[in-house]
Design a protein around this ligand. Structure first.
Ligand SMILES: [Zn+2]
Ligand SMILES: [Zn+2]
Length: 359
């Protein structure tokens, strides 16, 4: 008996309305699918975009949101049996593996991709049905201090900055500037440190900056206390003293705010590289010609290819990325209030929803 009955979750019925509790129909996996008992599902600003800002989901509403999922496979389709009982992280973007983009190594722009909570019901639920391709196995037992629910943030908040830094070829020669040291940027700082870069963290929140400094940022700058010129001067001095040979800063925008994006772009200098990691539906006013004048590069990434997940997960399992100080777990039943709080930017840590299920 492969189907799962009695699953429930919280769905978005209309933009701007609070999430509503809902019962799921019996979940039956197709041959290439599995049913996951959700251990944890992180709450992302992309969810806020869908719920409150009118960013359209690709699947029509009502829809269960949530694309940052970890859990255990409790049912598997006939071609996915080997996954049964395995604990996994579900990539936020699951490519088809067949199309021209996938075959050319550009899986993140696959047009047949499946994103839970966007192309179908997601992880703000006790169970979720997803394709089995691309799942990231979690080796058990986990190191002490880590739980499967905590690892949900690897699905997006860890792997998206990881992929941005991998594409930037960030390494020991580089100075990395992470703008926004919150939910995603807190992990970004640690990934940059793990890759050997000298790291500058910029935020408007003293507590986040202290945390970044404790986790390896060599310079923590409060952008509410300095203008762009002040930030540039401090970064230039830090870069010089760091002795790194790389030409040009590698700047990672992780705040997902117009102010953070303006700061990140404003820091461009000769040969700089700018990666846009944070998401906001709002626009900013920029002089795009600075890219040309500085011979600079700007790039974005829509998530992370599944094949890179094990390497990102390893950084967490090896203790190079601390999750504990950056996350907070809430019961799934609090989903409507938690999503609203994330929308108000009144949540200090990445929120994880945990269904109240045994085992
Ligand atoms: Zn996300
Ligand atoms: Zn594809």
């Amino acid at each position: 008996m492969a189907s799962v009955r009695g699953a429930h979750g919280f769905q978005l019925a209309a933009v701007g309305a609070p999430l509503q509790p809902c019962q799921l129909p019996a979940l039956e996996p197709a041959p290439e699918e599995v049913i996951i008992q959700v251990a944890g599902c992180g709450v992302c600003h992309t969810d806020v975009g869908y719920a409150f800002d009118g960013v359209p989901t690709r699947h029509a509403l009502p829809l269960i949101l949530g694309h940052e999922i970890s859990g255990k496979i409790v049912a598997a389709g006939e071609n996915s049996r080997e996954w049964l009982g395995q604990s996994v992280i579900v990539p936020a973007v699951i490519p088809c593996g067949q199309c021209p983009a996938c075959r050319q190594g550009r899986e993140t722009i696959c047009r047949q991709q499946f994103m839970p909570g966007n192309d179908g019901d997601g992880g703000f639920a006790t169970h979720v049905r997803v394709p089995s391709r691309g799942l990231c196995p979690v080796p058990e037992p986990l190191p002490s201090g880590l739980t499967l629910e905590m690892l949900s943030v690897v699905a997006d908040a860890v792997t998206t900055p990881y992929e941005a830094m991998r594409r930037a070829e960030l390494g020991p020669d580089d100075v990395a500037v992470v703008v926004g040291a919150g939910g995603v940027g807190g992990f970004g700082v640690q990934i940059a440190v793990a890759l050997g870069a000298a790291v500058v963290a910029i935020d408007i929140d003293r507590e986040r900056l202290d945390l970044a400094a404790r986790h390896g940022a060599g310079l923590a700058l409060d952008s509410s206390a300095a203008d762009l010129k002040g930030l540039k001067t401090a970064i230039r001095t830090f870069s010089k003293n760091s002795g790194r040979k790389g030409i040009g800063l590698k700047i990672f925008e992780m705040s997902g705010t117009p102010a953070g994006q303006a700061t990140a772009f404003g820091l461009l200098d000769y040969g700089a590289y700018l990666a846009v990691v944070g998401f906001t539906p709002k626009s900013v006013d920029l002089r795009l010609s600075n890219l040309m004048a500085f011979d600079a590069t700007a790039r974005g990434n829509w998530g992370c290819p599944p094949k890179e997940y094990p390497a990102a997960l390893k950084l967490v399992l090896d203790g190079k990325i601390a999750l504990g100080p950056y996350i907070k777990t809430h019961p799934l039943e609090e989903a409507p209030a938690v999503l609203a709080a994330v929308a108000r930017h009144s949540v200090r840590r990445r929120a994880i929803l945990r269904p109240n299920t045994a085992s």
